[in-house]
Write a protein that binds this ligand. Sequence first.
Ligand code: FAD
Ligand code: SF4
Length: 444
Amino acid sequence: MSADIRCQRLNPEEISRNFSELHEPLSELQAIQESARCLFCHDAPCTEACPTEIDIPGFIRKIASGNLRGAAKTILSENIMGNTCGNVCPVEELCEQVCVKNTSEDKPVIIGQLQRYATDHVLENWKQLFRRAPVSGKKIAVVGGGPAGLSCAHRLAMLGHSVTVFESRDEPGGLNEYGLAAYKMLEDRAAREVNYILDIGGINLETGKTLGEGFELSDLRRDFDAVFIGLGQNAVNALGMENENVDGVYNAVDFIELIRKEDLSTLPVGRDVVVVGGGNTAIDMTVQIKKLGAESVTMVYRRGFEEMGATDYEQQVAQTNGVLIRTHAQPHRILTEDDQLCAIEFEYTKKDANGQLTGTGETFVLPADQVFKAIGQALDPAPLEGDEQPDLINGRIKVDEFQHTSLPDVWAGGDCTPGKDLTVTAVQDGKIAALSIDEYLNHG
Ligand SMILES: Cc1cc2nc3c(=O)[nH]c(=O)nc-3n(C[C@H](O)[C@H](O)[C@H](O)COP(=O)(O)OP(=O)(O)OC[C@H]3O[C@@H](n4cnc5c(N)ncnc54)[C@H](O)[C@@H]3O)c2cc1C
Ligand code: SF4
């Protein structure tokens, strides 16, 4: 039987409805009512839980008094991508989780949505809130135009330095532009935020420039006073199976990029779809392929629910969209007919006496027109090769608490360094690195 893969399993209107934003923007009345729920705690736990340390009670108080510009400035001073973060932060594990209103009788203040409300106001009305310090004459190279690189570039530009961002793609934005789920973040929002960041001046963006192809780290260290590396995770983990390149098996991140960039009604969608993985990439893949009209979507993870990278809320989003989540099973064999995927066999897993995951020998087969691999990305250090390269730890670039690498004039941050892989942490890494670079340039 041949694979059942088609475009337009749903009609274009249904698809467009399915991909409308997860949260509608708040109205003025909703924002005022919601901000009035905040208790304006003194040592606010939400601020402590926010990786970028935004003064959350401070910005909510400003919304309550109608000072949206002031609220946005409070947010963007700490997190220049506060608009994206308001849409995509896993708030249920960060600021909103620790809100004192988050009790069995009440619910947390919707901090993320208020943050988006205030910053939308500034980005839509194109109000530039930041000014550059007098020009310092120092030049910094930033590799990668994702959240880490852009955050670092913006802070350095504010401090008066001249920045050149080298970005291998044609457009900046990193995974904000081509990775975040389309229903969490409509496409033009990422570009709008990048334009706002660049509008401060002093940032020269060079797209189509890939470190390791035509220029090396040693060239940047020679030509610039300091270098920041924010190249993300530039490689995708493989299942390690014999025929995993067969038609019908895809890298989830590649397909998610198509969802963000292409006409949704032209994308190939299987009737039976299996997604392998347990993180937010796996969840985003399952939810989006379901929204494109796949009939049965099963996500299979090798460990238990509690060990998934995806939060409880994300698991719920998948389940309420009709996704079946199966745990404790690992892919064993890809089954084909006439070189075309037809099913995937899994083996049940358990932990052995040493706590190591192992196969039980029992298997089951899921019919599949499409299989998406979402088992994580990795750093390919090849672009860093040269005379001297920064030390690595567990496959990522080793940094100290100031995002400083083992090389005296090189800093790094975001997904290419250890830590949680989130937009908000990448932004914080870039900010911390910029402040440390500024200190180094001023005081050696
Ligand atoms: C599918 C998916 C969904 C996600 N959903 C969420 C979410 O809902 N919420 C959340 O907070 N986080 C989410 N994340 C994580 C978040 O997107 C990342 O943590 C964040 O983008 C990391 O920023 P970064 O700048 O380190 O890397 P990236 O965003 O990957 O940016 C790196 C940039 O460097 C460029 N580059 C790479 N190599 C080179 C080179 N050699 N030379 C020059 N440029 C180079 C790349 O083109 C890219 O533009 C998701 C990630 C994925 C994959
Ligand atoms: S940046 Fe994210 S974690 Fe911080 S306050 Fe905003 S939504 Fe919460």
